[in-house]
Design a protein around this ligand. Structure first.
Ligand code: ADQ
Length: 504
């Protein structure tokens, strides 16, 4: 797998002699102390680590991240450095230490209680505290110093690639320390229009935008978010000049490029996980259990988050079984919902609401031989997920807003029989990329319910036609294509900058 990846995507050619420094909130390897005192290593399951770890191994770069594991300090040197992956030692991990007040203010506070709801335009959850903002600034500055430190350790050029909304100010801080460094940033979630961004108090919304303008290139999932960002700059940063068509901002004698780079998944990995003998056996078991006598199986997979439209999905299902009783016992739903951010009251309350709503539905419509919704309220291994995706006849993604949504792509990758229908919220980045899903508006109860009926009734041929089209598209835009296009664009800009400096 790694060998194939290396042949088809050689990212090192874009980096030339440039040292690659990646910055993210979560680290790729976390050391955890177990109750008996032994230390074990945890690697987050997310797509980002899966995609970036091989790149880091090949480029021998440095990954800068929050040292969040309970045994992290014991396994790093005084500066927070260690070589990873354990036993292979291919690249450096530089851990940044945060205390409880930092985590509460920067991470739970400003990132997750202010920016997350604002960017998703769910302003009823928006909460701003000065303490959150100050911690966010302080932690962003600390990360900028850590990156500058790492750049200092190499003699040549370096490139910093910052991930996400946790670091809205880091690029500007880093630019002040190392003016000629190439800095770029991928923003994984939506970017809101000006009227929403200005709910951040005066001073902080302008500061966030100026912070992002510290980059040479700002990458969004889709063009709509890039356009929102440019509109915010036009409105709130009067000393910047914006070229909306070219996606460029001129600011303090520098040009900042802005573009859309839709993220994806490691398609072959998901296909492989859905094709193992164990997966095939699980698919058979699931179908024997839930898909007999013309019944169908639905699936959804989310973190419990108010952006994902989970109560709206439950409401559509409940309305459907109420208004169309003939559909009772006709399909079963596997609801995979992992609790997340449970330290925040809104998430805790949502989790309870979801569990309660599922119990109500099962009590109301269930029969002796049929449970309408099978709730799996925990984290599930990706190979088990792959089997569930493969076994399903339909998958519902009903986010109220979502930067991209990778579940939709994972479902498509695992649909090897091409029998499944994807119901996809039109408010996801994926909906603007994928052609072949049934688009839904999760706020429109009747429309949502109608789309489930359409999916259940869809003839096999049409299902196959749509799924085949989506699978072809997905094969042409994997996570490696995403990485390739970002690094290619970065290297192009770096070359142009070098040309300009030589001429000057
Ligand atoms: P998320 O909001 O986390 O990511 P998403 O893109 O759907 O959303 O990715 C979730 C990932 O977690 C998927 O890989 C999924 O399989 C996994 N997952 C979810 N529930 C799980 C469970 N119960 N058990 C196991 N795995 C589970 C943010 C943005 C998105 C954007 C991504 C990547 O909010 O819009 O697509 O980053 O940029």
């Amino acid at each position: 797998m790694l060998a194939l990846f290396a042949v088809t995507h050689d990212f090192t050619r874009y980096l030339d002699d440039c040292k690659f420094i990646l910055v993210s909130n979560r680290e790729p390897y976390e050391h955890i102390r177990r109750s008996g005192g032994t230390v074990h290593i945890k690697q987050p399951a997310g797509g980002l680590v899966t995609a970036l770890d091989p790149t880091m191994r090949r480029t021998h770069g440095t990954w800068v991240a929050w040292g969040s594991g309970t045994a992290d300090r014991d396994t790093a040197d005084e500066a927070g450095r260690l070589m990873v992956p354990p036993g292979e030692e291919c690249y450096s991990l530089r851990r940044v230490w945060l205390d409880d007040a930092d985590v509460n203010g920067y991470y739970h506070g400003f990132a997750n209680r202010a920016l997350w709801p604002l960017c998703h335009m769910l302003i009823q959850h928006f909460e701003f505290r000065t303490e959150f903002w100050e911690r966010y600034r302080a932690v962003n500055l600390r990360f900028a110093h850590a990156v500058a430190d790492e750049a200092e350790r190499c003699s040549g050029r370096s490139m910093a690639w910052i991930q996400d909304y946790h670091f809205g100010l880091a690029a500007e801080f880093l630019r002040a320390i190392r003016p000629s460094m190439f800095i770029h940033q991928f923003w994984h979630i939506p970017f809101p229009p000006p009227d929403i961004l200005r709910l951040l108090p005066s001073g902080s919304h302008e500061a966030l935008l100026r912070g992002l303008l510290g980059n040479d290139l700002v990458e969004f999932q889709i063009d709509r978010y890039a356009q929102n960002f440019l509109e915010c700059i036009e409105r709130f940063v009067p000393d910047a000049s914006v070229d909306r068509v070219e996606g460029r901002v001129s600011f303090r004698d520098r040009d900042v490029q802005v573009g859309a780079f839709p993220i994806s998944i490691d398609v072959e990995r998901f296909e492989a996980m859905a094709s193992t003998p164990d997966a095939i056996a699980r698919v058979e078991t699931l179908r024997a259990r839930y898909v007999r006598d013309g019944r169908q199986l639905g699936v959804c997979v989310d973190r419990v988050d108010y952006t994902k439209g989970i109560p709206e999905r439950l409401r559509a299902l409940s309305t459907l079984w109420t208004e169309v009783p003939s559909l009772r016992e006709r399909f079963t739903f596997i609801f995979v919902c992992t609790p997340s951010r449970t330290d925040l009251p809104a998430y805790h309350a949502l989790e309870q609401e979801v569990v309660q709503a599922v119990m109500d539905i099962n009590r109301r419509f269930g029969t002796d031989g049929w449970t309408p919704i099978v709730l799996i309220n925990e984290n599930v291994d990706s190979d088990l997920l792959a089997s569930v995706y493969r076994a399903a006849d339909l998958c519902i993604v009903s986010s109220l807003q979502d930067g991209m949504n990778l579940v939709a792509k994972e479902f498509i990758a695992c649909q090897l029989e091409e029998r499944g229908v994807l119901l996809l919220s039109r408010f996801t980045g994926s909906a603007e990329e994928i052609d072949g899903a049934l688009l839904i508006n999760p706020f429109n109860v009747d429309g949502f319910m109608g789309a489930i009926r359409t999916a259940l009734d869809m003839p096999v041929e049409e299902r196959r036609r749509r799924m085949r089209r989506m699978r072809q598209q997905l094969h042409n835009s994997t996570i490696f294509d995403w990485l390739d296009s970002i690094l290619a664009r970065s290297s192009e800009i770096m070359d142009a900058q070098r040309g300009e400096r030589v001429v000057a």
